[in-house]
Design a protein around this ligand. Structure first.
Ligand code: COI
Length: 365
């Protein structure tokens, strides 16, 4: 349960922080998730005591007993959000309370303790304030924040979940997630593997979902595609999501996205796009969409654009589709007009160059 427990952070600065020149070298070409800032957050949890030992500390390795529960049973979850350097130098993040709420939704499914939302947001603020020089100034770049929680009890029994946990936040300067930027990606429809079934962990942002996805993602690459698209567990017919990202289908001025039935991730970007669509006078529907409707829509010209969305990927066009029975192109294979318009609108809000009518931007420093 989330408690109103007040946490105060002990602050220990790194005496081995990278020099400005070393940092600039990293920021010149940050890639994605490859280099980490000088500090990290750690908060421990013990059943019966609650959250304790909240710390900002130098970034570095952890020492864990080989029997630690997370190594064996993957009791783990994470979040992903970004800090943006806005016009005028302000550093802001985007809807961090939405991530905090999803973190706790994942925690409930994974039999892990909830972290008070304010502590979640404060931990991000403290890390970003401390490592603010790591927030890139290059247009389109950002500081990717990765809060996560692991089960730390050294025990092999599976009769009861871990009684101790560690929450952490690490931060990594990031360029575009896909090296092509807004270049359309090609996708492989996975009919052999299933990501999630009703009652499972599909809606939770837990590491196990991603571990189980690698084999299908590898197959997608072997098929010459960039990304895997997951289909429903029963018929392998209805679209669920792309590897770690939600999908939207554009029929003229109508957006369609798979509905949240418990098997796909309730993306914060997905939710923001649904709200922005209404602002832009577009109709948005959350419903099932089959691969047949996808293919037929593209063949008839009724389905004009498809895009993926997520914190890391922002909004990325999907240009072509391949499955066991052949493939097809979406539109003319180039980024669609609405895809680019929504991307500009969203990044404009995030980088502070467009109005923020829903107060999504959360200023940090
Ligand atoms: C994100 O968009 O933050 C994600 O979690 C995707 C990630 C698995 C790279």
């Amino acid at each position: 349960m989330t408690t109103a427990q007040q946490l105060s952070f002990d602050v220990q600065h790194s005496d081995a922080a990278r020099t400005p020149a070393e940092r600039e070298r990293v920021l010149a070409a940050p890639g994605f998730g490859q280099t980490f800032t000088d500090h990290m957050i750690s908060i421990d949890y013990t059943e019966g005591r609650g959250w304790h030992d909240a710390r900002l500390m130098p970034y570095g390795p952890l020492t864990l007993d080989p029997a630690t529960s997370v190594f064996h049973y993957a009791q783990e979850l994470f979040e992903g959000l970004k800090a943006y350097r806005q016009a005028g130098g302000t550093i802001a993040t985007f809807r961090p309370y939405a991530n905090a709420a999803r973190f706790n939704q994942s925690a409930r499914r994974m039999a892990m303790p909830e972290l008070p939302e304010d502590a979640f947001v404060e931990s991000l603020e403290l890390l970003v304030q401390t490592d603010r020089d790591w927030v890139p100034t290059t247009e389109g770049h950002s500081l990717y924040l990765r809060p996560f929680m692991i089960a730390t009890q050294p025990a092999l029994g599976v009769n009861y979940p871990s009684k101790t946990f560690k929450y952490m936040v690490i931060a990594s300067p990031a360029a575009a997630y896909f090296s092509g930027g807004v270049k359309p990606v090609s996708v492989w429809l996975s009919q052999e593997y299933t990501r999630a079934a009703p009652g499972g962990t599909g809606f939770a942002k837990c590491g196990g979902n991603y571990a189980a996805a690698f084999v299908a993602q590898r197959q997608a690459v072997e098929q010459g595609c960039d990304q895997v698209v997951w289909l429903d567990a029963f018929e392998h017919r209805y679209v669920e999501e792309m590897g770690g990202m939600n999908l939207f289908f554009v029929f003229g001025d109508r957006l369609v996205t798979p509905d949240l039935t418990g098997t796909l991730l309730p993306g914060v970007t997905r939710d923001s796009i649904l709200t922005m669509a209404a602002d832009l006078g577009l109709t948005a529907e959350e419903r099932k969409i089959s691969t047949d409707e996808w293919r037929e829509g593209c063949e008839s010209g009724e389905l004009t654009e498809v895009f993926a969305c997520g914190t890391a990927a922002v909004i990325t066009p999907v240009g072509s589709v391949k499955g066991a029975e052949g493939g097809w192109t979406v539109g003319d294979g180039t980024p669609g007009k609405l895809t680019l318009q929504l991307r500009e609108e969203l990044t404009g809000i995030q980088y502070g160059t467009r109005p923020d009518p829903h107060n999504w931007v959360h200023k940090i420093c």
